[in-house]
Design a protein around this ligand. Structure first.
Ligand SMILES: [Zn+2]
Ligand SMILES: [Zn+2]
Length: 95
C-alpha cells in the first residue's frame, strides 16, 4: 500500500470537517455524526425522522449495524454481508 506525505494511504478519502478518513469505494460518511458506513444503505439505516423536521442520527449499534475495526477507525456495516449474499445466491458459504 502506498502512503502519502500525510501518512494516509494514497487512496484515502478525507473529510475536512472532522479530519476523518477512510478507504474503499462506495463508503458513506455521515456529515452529522461523522461515522463512516460501508455504503449508502448502511448509512441510511442510522438516519431517522422526517427531513427538515426531526431528521437525526441514531447510534449505529442500535439499528442493527455492526462495527468493524478498520485502519481508519470504525466502519459500520450490515452484519455478515458475505453470508447473506451467499444465501441469496443459494450457494454454500465458502470456508
Ligand atoms: Zn449520522
Ligand atoms: Zn466527518
Amino acid at each position: 500500500m502506498r502512503y502519502t506525505q500525510s501518512g494516509l494511504p494514497a487512496n484515502a478519502v478525507t473529510h475536512g470537517s472532522c479530519g476523518g478518513w477512510w478507504t474503499g469505494l462506495g463508503r458513506s460518511h455521515c456529515a452529522s455524526c461523522h461515522e463512516t458506513f460501508s455504503g449508502e444503505s448502511a448509512a441510511g439505516r442510522h438516519r431517522v425522522g422526517a427531513h427538515g423536521v426531526d431528521r437525526r442520527c441514531m447510534d449505529p449499534a442500535t439499528v442493527g449495524l455492526v462495527a468493524r475495526p478498520m485502519p481508519f477507525g470504525t466502519l459500520w456495516s450490515w452484519p455478515a454481508p458475505e453470508v447473506a449474499l451467499s444465501a441469496l445466491r443459494g450457494g454454500a458459504v465458502a470456508s
